[in-house]
Design a protein around this ligand. Sequence first.
Ligand SMILES: NC(=O)C1=CN([C@@H]2O[C@H](COP(=O)(O)OP(=O)(O)OC[C@H]3O[C@@H](n4cnc5c(N)ncnc54)[C@H](O)[C@@H]3O)[C@@H](O)[C@H]2O)[C@H](O)CC1
Ligand code: K
Length: 506
Amino acid sequence: MTKEKFIVTASQMREIEARIFTAGMPVAALMEKVGGLIFQRLQAIISPGKCVGILVGPGHNGGDALVVARELHFRGYQVWIYQPFSKLKELTSQHFQYTQSLKIPCYQEISQLPSYDFLIDGLFGFGLEREITDSIAAAVNYFNNKNQPIISIDIPSGLHTDTGEVLGTAIQATYTFCLGLWKQGLLQEQALPYIGQAELIDFDIPLADIQAVIGDIPKIKRITQTTALSTLPLPRPLITHKYKQGHLLLICGSRRYAGGAILTGLGARASGVGMLSIAVPESLKMLLVSQLPEALIIGCPETETGAIASVQLPENIDLNSFTAIACGPGLTKDNISIIPEIIQCECPLILDADALNILAQIGTIPRLKQRKSATVLTPHTGEFKRLFPNIDHTDRIKAIQTAAQESGAIVLLKGARTAISNPQGNVWINPESTPALARGGSGDVLTGLLGGLLAQIMNKEILIEDIVATAAWWHSQAGILAAQTRTELGVDAFTLTQYLMPVLKK
Ligand SMILES: NC(=O)C1=CN([C@@H]2O[C@H](COP(=O)(O)OP(=O)(O)OC[C@H]3O[C@@H](n4cnc5c(N)ncnc54)[C@H](O)[C@@H]3O)[C@@H](O)[C@H]2O)[C@H](O)CC1
Ligand SMILES: [K+]
């Protein structure tokens, strides 16, 4: 059972480790085990004979680094240690003493330091308590400016374990080997420039100890491939028909933003939804038909500026004929009257882009409180602040928990680390993305994909918020895959839609 989905704070990690020690695991033995696992992983990155600098802090992060230093030394690497602290924790001090007996060179001044190929950062882990200052800060900045690869143990030194904020200064790691369980700070956007490529080094923490501290259903989860794929409507039942695979209504587009409707439709197509209806202004109807021949395109009366004047559905079809509705991409704010009408629908409703801007104008919370079925809001930061102007936006996770709780909606806040909260405050964080997605139109694709997935779950016991997390994961994985083959400059929104399927093939 992988531990990848758990996220812990420093105090939770301390509690979990205390349980392990109380159960009888000697601290020194755990440090030896962890150091050995780190060393094993390093051998795949640093070729033999290379010169490795080891930064040693006063606590057990430093202890881990000293175990690594010893093992690298015995395996023929050229190792030196930078250890500027006068007082070390007992276990760290013993390991330090042994490296000195082995004649591994140790320096206290950065001016004396030899050159190196790699640096192991064992200054601070989850025990960092205050800003890094003075000579330590100078050393961190010195190493950052050398532009040589740095591997941080547990967390880049200087980052706050829980919030990811930089305390004074922080190591800019090339790799971060997070130990045991993902630290919450590593999933915060502000930490991203410091983490580099992050991976988890599992040192067999018993599941019981994890659940004893963070509960059976953790409040904050990291979206993983396993959890995402488990909610996809795959494999399909053999006996089925198009209406059993959901019927999504998209309400989007305007003469000014016709492309938004197409991109949303293409996102919906990729979801595999059984039936897709797209309501657009009449003047866009033939364009959509040509781009999405399988969809039912509904031409609506339009305002003189070419926005949807009203959602006129065909005979004997009303808003409740659909198993999900998604509204907003390319809508413009020219006509706000359609939003109060759509909010009455009894199926899951996704509001994005201009639907959110209109909702903000007409009053987010009072309007949404009326809803009887699920609502998903998919703002980016700007839209989010307009929707919920009176909440504290300092901490993104707390902000979406408050917004979701106050509005009763599921809130997906887009960003480098998209975060989702349900009204009960359960949070999902998408741990991987790519700056390639920071382009007009990629949000439209997500709305269509998410709408199509929601339309398919209908009465299955899958949680709506799990599907929202899956859509965020799928969307970002398509961006990552596209960027791998086309660089981060090559992922326009249309291309993105073409990479959604290959993600599943992978
Ligand atoms: N608990 C274990 O046996 C294991 C822990 N793991 C590793 O150890 C660290 C956590 O160790 P801890 O000693 O609690 O804290 P740190 O090593 O992060 O060191 C903090 C140390 O430094 C002092 N300090 C804090 N802030 C500053 C500052 N700004 N300037 C100077 N000094 C500072 C503080 O007093 C502490 O003593 C964890 O990350 C793992 O790397 C192993 O993974 C498993 C065994
Ligand atoms: K570290």
